[in-house]
Design a binder for this molecule. Structure first.
Ligand code: ZN
Length: 214
């Protein structure tokens, strides 16, 4: 009898450890609210509204998690002319001595508001498939091209990653090809905040998906 009690206790402890280990810990309370429009020349899958809702929930979960904070704190990016921006919707925080942007500054900038309202305008871009979409600093209305919006291979996760990328532009970080010569870094994706945030979000989602959390 005593042995059985011990065995049960050990099993319960193991279950408890497992539950706490796999549940993402929240360190913030971020809520994305995303609506969309579809241009008359563009098409989306029939369940797209549900897929976008799912992407919205995934993004809220990732941005609120300790995993996102920890991963972002390890990043370090090129200035990308962000320090010279005249836009007013974000604080400009960068390392004055190195001219670089610590991941913590990007994290704080992205999480400045608890509620993030975005509109996704879905458009057709003809035969061009070089870019998934576009956005501008402080404009919460982003463009997404329809060619890649197909319901295969976790569209909600791909959308979440794409929106995270565009939202990083909304918060002021640009690409190498969009900045003046003095701020270029040679198209290195690892130096680019938007690609960086996109891949951090993508990796967390892949990890959660593997662990059965999402
Ligand atoms: Zn971009």
């Amino acid at each position: 009898m005593k042995k059985l009690t011990w065995l049960l206790l050990v099993i319960m402890v193991l279950i408890a450890i497992n539950i706490f280990a796999i549940r993402p810990k929240n360190v913030a309370n971020i809520r994305f609210k995303i609506s969309f429009t579809v241009d008359e020349k563009a098409t989306v899958p029939s369940q797209f509204a549900d897929t976008l809702k799912k992407a919205e929930q995934l993004l809220s979960k990732v941005f609120s998690s300790s995993e996102f904070k920890e991963a972002m704190y390890k990043q370090n990016y090129n200035d990308s002319a962000y320090s010279k921006s005249k836009k007013k919707c974000f604080d400009i925080v960068f390392d004055q001595s190195t001219g670089r942007i610590p991941g913590k500054a990007v994290y704080d900038n992205l999480l400045a508001d608890n509620e993030i309202n975005l509109v996704i305008n879905i458009k057709n871009n003809g035969d061009k498939k070089g870019t998934m979409g576009s956005s501008n600093a402080c404009n919460y209305s982003i463009t997404t091209y329809d060619y890649w919006l197909v319901e295969k291979g976790e569209l909600a996760q791909r959308l979440a990653r794409h929106i995270a990328h565009e939202f990083t532009h909304v918060r002021g970080y640009r690409h190498d090809n969009k900045v003046e010569k003095a701020y270029k870094w040679g198209h290195k994706p690892e130096e680019d905040p938007a690609y960086g945030v996109g891949s951090v979000v993508g990796e967390i989602l892949r990890d959660w998906s593997k662990k059965g959390i999402i």
